[in-house]
Write a protein that binds this ligand. Structure first.
Ligand code: ZN
Ligand code: ZN
Length: 349
């Protein structure tokens, strides 16, 4: 076991503070990683502050991890010491069910093991995330980071990136499709980039006129101000896909009306009851589809990194010192970050 430094929340109100803990000895298929960068996801805040009522304290958040391999177990075949690698939202799964067999570990029948606030399947010890200087992960749940990617800006690809890439790819977005991206935070700005890279005509839906110029800079062809009834009416039956990144309850009905026949509304940000309720007419009358998608499997997580290297896509980031994490959380709650904080783990030493 090796001692690592990190930052943990110890209660709902504690905020994040320095915390030392141990990482396990390498199992035969384990990779030991010295963490260089870790992105800061909204989910981290939800767990640190127990918003979902299922935090096990102490919690060390962080699931957008980039680092270098410093040791490998005897059976590791895909990674060597010195290689740059990434770890995302999960660190294990049953590896045997139908979903795992298809490389869809995020949909594991037994439930994936989350990178933090979970329990290791073998020793039952808590999992601790990437706000730390090292982590030990089974090689199946580690991905290669292409040399051409800026490693800090690649960190958010492990959650924000794969979450938006996976459904666009899975549902077959292709050149000429009309894709609407709803919301432009960490997820939405990546959704705009991916939809564009896949050849779609991209529209950003936002409540804020202030985001219009920024949306175009990110690659959106059009912007619809969702609070303007005239603009929403003009968008009726236009879209093949809507990628909905809004993380709080919101009325889906006006958005469903903007879908063409057979159009699809994909939820990736909201994990709560949908309110207000949906009128089924919006689905039935135009054979529309409402669906959702959770991160991506390990093969697809590798694919998104390779896709980003090929298309020169990275996340827009603001570098953060570890000691400023609590301030960063406050700013994120105000929506004051373009578009992801990434912790420089050198600042932890
Ligand atoms: Zn995340
Ligand atoms: Zn499984």
């Amino acid at each position: 076991m090796s001692e690592v430094k990190g930052y943990a929340a110890t209660s709902e109100l504690s905020g994040l503070a320095p915390f030392s803990f141990r990482r396990r000895e390498l199992r035969p298929d384990d990779v030991s990683i010295e963490i260089e960068y870790c992105g800061v996801c909204h989910t981290d805040i939800h767990f640190a502050e127990n918003d979902w009522g299922r935090t096990n304290y102490p919690v060390v958040p962080g699931h957008e991890i980039i680092g270098k391999v410093v040791a490998v177990g005897n059976d590791v075949s895909q990674f060597t010491v010195g290689q740059r690698v990434g770890v995302g939202c999960m660190v294990d799964s049953c590896r045997q069910c139908a979903s795992c067999g298809q490389g869809l570990e995020q949909y594991c029948r037994e439930g994936m093991t989350p990178t933090y606030n979970g329990r290791d399947r073998h020793d039952q010890l808590p999992t601790f995330g990437g706000y730390s200087d090292g982590i030990v992960v089974a090689e199946r749940f580690v991905v290669r980071v292409p040399d051409s990617l800026d490693p800090a800006a690649a960190a958010p690809l492990l959650c924000a990136g794969i979450t938006t890439y996976s459904p666009l790819k899975h549902y077959g977005v292709k050149p000429g499709d009309k894709v609407g991206v709803i919301g432009m935070g960490g997820l939405g700005h990546m959704g705009v980039k991916f939809a564009r890279a896949l050849g779609a005509e991209v529209t950003l839906f936002t409540r804020s006129r202030a985001k219009e110029a920024e949306a175009r800079k990110q690659g959106a062809d059009h912007v619809v101000i969702s609070t303007d009834p005239d603009q929403m009416a003009a968008a009726r039956e236009q879209f093949d896909f809507l990628l909905d990144t809004i993380p709080v309850p919101h009325d889906l009905n006006p958005y469903l009306d903007t879908l063409a026949v057979d159009g699809m509304h994909i939820l990736v940000g909201l994990i709560e009851p949908i309110e207000p309720t949906i009128h089924s007419r919006a689905l039935i009358a135009k054979r529309r589809i409402l669906t959702g998608s959770l991160i991506g499997g390990m093969p697809e997580t590798q694919e998104v990194l390779d896709f980003c290297a090929e298309h020169n896509i990275t996340c827009d980031i603001e570098m953060l010192d570890m000691a400023d994490i609590n301030k960063a959380y406050e700013r994120m709650k105000q929506g004051d970050v373009k578009y992801r904080f990434v912790i420089d783990m050198k600042t932890l030493k």
